[in-house]
Write a protein that binds this ligand. Sequence first.
Ligand SMILES: [Zn+2]
Length: 242
Amino acid sequence: MMGHTHALTGAVAWLALAPALASLPYLSESTRLIEMGVMADALTPAELIAGALICAGAAMLPDLDHPSATIAQTFGPLTWALSKVVAWITGGHRGATHSLVFAVAVGIGAHLLANRYPLGRDILVVLMVGLALRAIGIGIPGKKFASAMVNIALTVGLFAVFRSYEVGYAWLGLAIGIGSFIHVVGDCCTEKGCPVLWPLRQRWVLPYKIGIKTGRAFEQKFLAPVLSVAIVGLLYLRLAPL
Ligand SMILES: [Zn+2]
């Protein structure tokens, strides 16, 4: 699947699951819980949007095993070199990073990092938001440097907005884990499938033999618009006053 399709499914997954996630007790920081009194309101609108962006960015992570994927091209030679290393360790494209184990591992890793090191948490948030913006193609067509500047400016701007709305990141690990796993689910809908239960080698293709071909008309002309509309619809559903 293409980078932007993965990013869109990440945002959809977060927005769809948000009410259920918000009721998980450990997502709500205790102080806010006392202030608001209601567990189900533990995710503020700003957190809902921040989470959707972070989940979208994390939905790019498994393709770090592919040097020509969107994510590997995002931060220049740095991500390209990183993707070469990841591809070498995991045995090439659609190996270990396209599994449940990877999603759980990055989720737990991000959660521990976020809890212990505020700076590490902030860097992670900025990276994920930057990735999400890059994936949906925000920038100036044909102008790499200018696009990078637009991306950086927008990412930093969003981060500042989140901070001004006092976004808490107790859910950061969960968003990153869900984003990574929804990528795997997405790739399972393509012809090649994924080794979901890695290290077992069996490849999963869902639903049986639908086999979306990456980058073809179906993905670009149907799936991407449908997912975009789903995001707008879910945002309305979650944020519009009843
Ligand atoms: Zn993939």
